[in-house]
Design a protein around this ligand. Structure first.
Ligand code: DP6
Length: 327
């Protein structure tokens, strides 16, 4: 009863921010993302009757504070399989954990993939996406590669709240340059940040109301491989999400000065005709999305911004990959 899985990080171009149901992690809005090739979580799950409790090792150390969330996700799969056996989970990210680089997305997608395989459950990608969502909303998208849309759904039980592929990675190759502006885990995680925005930001209702239009524009831009219009809607969605977060009480300021300098650098490049746009999640790192021919120029420009510690370039990658060990 053992399996491993690899799932990749994703970044949203039309953001998920806010929940319709916090317990079931049903998002208040749909979202559209791209799955990244070079940032992944490798997770091994071994169900073992000798264990009295679940165990979690993340990046080489035990993480008791994360265990409840992992166990809750395992419980759903144990219930489905009709077993009570506890598990040991060993997970490793090949990128910094918890710094706004979507480690929960790749982490929970890999966890669900490995646990389902270890239990011998034959789940459809859609079912895996629903289980991954229960771990982290954005993880539902990491089940798929390339361009992905997450549906908020209408059902109270979350049965129609899952992600679906829109377009394969190879059908429109883009590159993503990540400018690392700070290391270490962020102060306010996205789950808590969204809850605070829902409860106290005067802009939150407007954010939710405008989402269908942004989703439609991004879907159309992806179908038409229209970079300019994808750039426009993605930057708008990012800035609008941060505007809603900034207006929360207490405020949520995820950016550092260097984040703003990176925005400036991307805008300067685009004004000079370079096909690139930015997006930023619940942390200080800026992700620049560009056509492949601009990748080197974008990486060089961001590396020059004072305060940028490192730049990483990646293409778009595949969805969840799972391997069962020992039959
Ligand atoms: C800003 O998926 O981390 O990255 O569902 O509470 O686990 P929970 O939140 P999470 O939120 C991601 C928020 C975001 C935008 C996005 O990825 O769409």
């Amino acid at each position: 009863m053992q399996a491993t899985a690899r799932a990749r990080a994703n970044i949203a171009l039309v953001k998920y921010w806010g929940k319709a149901d916090a317990r079931l992690k049903i998002p208040a809005v749909g979202s559209i993302s791209i799955t990244l090739d070079r940032l992944w979580s490798d997770t091994e799950v071994r169900f073992d009757a000798a264990l009295a409790a679940d165990e979690l090792e993340l990046d080489g150390r035990s993480r008791p504070e994360q265990l409840a969330r992992v166990s809750a996700c395992l419980d759903l799969l144990r219930e489905r399989a009709g077993v009570g056996t506890r598990a040991r989970v060993v997970s490793r990210n090949n990128f910094p954990t918890g710094a706004g680089l979507a480690s929960s997305a790749s982490g929970f997608a890999a966890l669900v993939g490995a646990a389902a395989a270890a239990l011998g459950l034959e789940l459809s990608p859609r079912e895996l996406s629903i289980y991954a969502r229960r771990g982290s909303g954005s993880a539902a998208r990491s089940v798929f590669g390339g361009y992905v849309e997450m549906h908020a759904g209408r059902e109270a039980d979350g049965s129609d709240s899952y992600a679906e592929p829109l377009l394969a990675a190879e059908d429109w190759p883009l590159e993503v340059v990540i400018a690392i502006a700070a290391r270490g885990e962020k102060d306010v995680g996205s789950g808590e940040g969204m809850a605070r925005s829902e409860q106290s930001s005067p802009y939150y209702p407007a954010w939710v109301a405008a989402q269908p239009e942004d989703l439609a524009r991004a879907r159309a831009a992806i179908a038409a491989r229209d970079f300019e219009s994808l750039a426009e809607v993605a930057e708008h969605s990012c800035l609008k999400m941060h505007a809603a977060a900034l207006a929360a009480r207490p405020p949520l300021i995820y950016w550092k000065g260097v984040t703003l300098d990176c925005i400036e650098a991307v805008r300067t490049l685009r004004a000079a005709g370079v096909p690139v746009f930015f997006t930023i999640d619940a942390g200080p790192q800026l992700k620049a999305v560009c056509l492949p021919e601009a990748g080197e120029r974008v990486a060089a420009a961001l590396a020059e911004v004072p305060g940028v510690l490192e730049v990483m370039t990646t293409g778009l990658g595949p969805g969840l990959e799972t391997r069962r060990i020992g039959g």
